[in-house]
Design a protein around this ligand. Structure first.
Ligand SMILES: [Zn+2]
Length: 220
C-alpha cells in the first residue's frame, strides 16, 4: 500500500526515450507584484508552466488567476493559508478542499495537483491529498530562488546543475519580492533551450512517461 501511495508523490518523470522535457512550476501566487511579469515572460518565450496557488491569494487576486488559465498554463493547489504546521484531518480537508473549490469557482478548472507548502510530507496535508486522489507534485530541481543571498546567476546555476530530462523545477511567483526570480527566468529559459530542453506543464509531463522512483540518482 505504501508503494502505491509513494508512487503518487512525483518529483521527476522518466520521459519515454529520455526526451528532454522540463516542467517549470511557480508557487505562492497569484501575486500582483510578479505574476503578471512572469506571465509576460512566459508568453514572450512561448513557454507553458504550472502554478501552485494559495487560496487566500486567489480570493484577493481572482483576475490574475483567470489570466493564468486563459494563457494556457496548468494550475494546482498549494493550500488555503500556505499551511505547513501539523494538520489534523479536518484542517487538512478544509485547507485543500476550500482551495480546490475556489480554483474551480474562479477559473472553471478542477485540478488534481497538490503541492505541500515547504515540501512537508508528514504533517497531515499530503496524507489527506493522497486519500483524495491528488497527485502530490514535489520537485527535483530546486532553484533556491527564495533563499537570502540568491541572485539571478545563482538561481540559473542551481537549476542547470540539477536539471535532467523529466525534471520539475521549483520557482516562486508569489509570497514576497520576486525580482530575482523575474531576472533569472529569461536567462534560465535560454539556457535550458540551449541544452535542448522543451517546456511542458506538469500534466503533460505526467503523460510523457513513468514516475521516477529514484529522482536523486546520479545524472547520466
Ligand atoms: Zn509555497
Amino acid at each position: 500500500m505504501a508503494d502505491a501511495f509513494d508512487a503518487r508523490i512525483v518529483r521527476r518523470v522518466k520521459p519515454a526515450e529520455e526526451a528532454k522535457l522540463v516542467a517549470l512550476t511557480f508557487d505562492d501566487g497569484p501575486w500582483p507584484g510578479s505574476t503578471p511579469a512572469v506571465l509576460d515572460i512566459l508568453a514572450h518565450e512561448g513557454v507553458k508552466a504550472t502554478f501552485f496557488w494559495v487560496g487566500q491569494h486567489l480570493e484577493r487576486y481572482p483576475d490574475l488567476a483567470r489570466r493564468v488559465v486563459a494563457e494556457g498554463h496548468a494550475v494546482g493547489n498549494h493550500t488555503y493559508s500556505h499551511r505547513s504546521a501539523a494538520s489534523p484531518a479536518e484542517v487538512a480537508a478544509e485547507e485543500i478542499g476550500r482551495t480546490n473549490a475556489l480554483i474551480e469557482e474562479l477559473t472553471g478548472v478542477r485540478t488534481t495537483l497538490f503541492r505541500p507548502p515547504g515540501g512537508h510530507l508528514k504533517n497531515g496535508l499530503v496524507k489527506h491529498a493522497l486519500e483524495q486522489g491528488y497527485v502530490v507534485v514535489m520537485w527535483s530541481a530546486l532553484s533556491d530562488d527564495t533563499k537570502p543571498g540568491a541572485d539571478a546567476a545563482s538561481i540559473v546555476h542551481n537549476v542547470m546543475g540539477r536539471v535532467r530530462p523529466g525534471s520539475i523545477v521549483l520557482l516562486h511567483d508569489g509570497g514576497g519580492d520576486r525580482a530575482r526570480t523575474l531576472e533569472a527566468l529569461p536567462l534560465l529559459i535560454e539556457r535550458l533551450r540551449a541544452e535542448g530542453y522543451r517546456f511542458v506543464t506538469v500534466p503533460e509531463l505526467l503523460e510523457s512517461g513513468e514516475v521516477d522512483t529514484n529522482p536523486w540518482a546520479a545524472r547520466p
